[in-house]
Design a binder for this molecule. Structure first.
Ligand SMILES: [Zn+2]
Length: 199
């Protein structure tokens, strides 16, 4: 599930980042990376933490490569949207255009030139991790660009469009028709307490 791994090139130098634009956070480089005797984190949560760190590094690298250069405090929801669109080039999910004859088909019978994108579920999870990472790195919750309204709206748009384009449902809680349960007798519903306020 490493959807965001454009930073896995071997040319990545692990230089210490001296960012002049973080006056409030002290340079606390004493991170205990041993964790040999405290197995408090479950494997799944540490996997999440690893993924979160990688996503955060990817985003920071994106900021460094941005022209004009961007720093974290300058980031807005619009920049996050830029980042998400940039990630689409690494996507592996076929999303049909509305003009494609396979639009809306879950299993198209033939290839088509429609682009590959990041799946909505991946983007949604990514934003969740970055939102948490932002605040863990000293960002203020009220200024969190990953929690911006524009980002939420964009994700909803992506979800809806991909649901249509791929013919899949992203509904979390699908309201199924209840199977007939005959174990319990239909309980008598007490009549509503009609308030005779007319008068
Ligand atoms: Zn197509």
């Amino acid at each position: 599930m490493d959807l965001v791994s454009p930073s896995s090139n071997p040319t990545f130098t692990n230089t210490a980042i001296t960012s002049p634009t973080t006056p409030t956070t002290p340079t606390s480089a004493t991170v205990t990376t041993g964790a040999s005797s405290t197995p408090t984190t479950s494997p799944s949560s540490s996997r999440y933490e690893n993924q979160k760190r990688r996503d955060w590094n990817t985003f920071c690298q994106y900021l460094r490569n941005h022209r004009p250069p961007l720093t974290l405090p300058m980031c807005s929801g619009a920049h996050v949207l830029e980042f998400l669109r940039y990630l689409d080039q690494f996507g592996k999910t076929k999303v049909h255009n509305q003009t494609c004859p396979f639009f809306g088909l879950p299993n198209p019978p033939a290839p088509c030139p429609c682009p590959l994108r990041q799946a909505w579920g991946s983007l949604d999870a990514l934003i969740g991790r970055l939102r948490a990472a932002y605040e863990e790195h000293g960002g203020r919750p009220e200024g969190n660009p990953f929690a911006a309204r524009a980002v939420r709206l964009y994700l909803r748009e992506v979800r809806d469009f991909q649901a249509k384009a791929r013919g899949v449902s992203y509904e979390k809680k699908r309201k199924r028709p209840k199977p007939k349960v005959t174990a319990t007798p239909p309980s008598e519903i007490p009549p509503p307490d009609v308030d005779s306020s007319a008068g």
